[in-house]
Ligand binder design. Sequence first.
Ligand code: FMN
Length: 182
Amino acid sequence: MAKWAIVYDSKYGTTEKYAKWIQAKVGNADLYKAKGLQPETIIGYELLLFIGGIYNDKMPICDFIKKNIGHLMFKKVAIVGNGWYEDKEINREWIMDKNFSTEMHSRFPLFLVRGEINNNKISIPERMQLMGIKAQIKRRQDRTNDDIVALSMIDGMNSYTSEDNLKELYEFIDSGKWVIKR
Ligand SMILES: Cc1cc2nc3c(=O)[nH]c(=O)nc-3n(C[C@H](O)[C@H](O)[C@H](O)COP(=O)(O)O)c2cc1C
């Protein structure tokens, strides 16, 4: 049995790409789609990495984590969120707040990577959601770099999907800082 399980949730394929890069990097890892995954499948792994797309600041993969927290409490778990946010503390806190209760907030380390939006793949309601987000951002007086990245992704201008975005995660894995929180 592999030492690692990498569980991913990807609507449009970029998160899957990241999951495969991580699998190739760490070597001894099995890859699973979160959708339909039975918790029993992951019980035996020592290290679990969950990677999921961010949509309206929600990471559907966190629902799997919360539902199966009993199986995960005493394992090494890390989470990667794929969206338009830069990987910095304030953004990690924001995504944690949006997806976990206060008690679970800092339980697992979170890393953020950037992806892309392919306007040919998304549904009409999603396109409309994104138009709403775009209008909100455009109303802001002081736009942050994340706002500018979000706008360019929404317009389908840029792909930020790159293995370089996983540098922090790889450093964390190599550093030996990955411990089980009790
Ligand atoms: C409808 C929709 C809403 C999104 N909302 C957010 C968001 O709130 N925050 C964010 O960081 N990224 C957001 N994104 C960007 C996605 O997270 C990004 O496209 C990511 O690469 C998707 O991963 P996937 O290709 O694996 O589905 C959104 C994308 C779509 C299509």
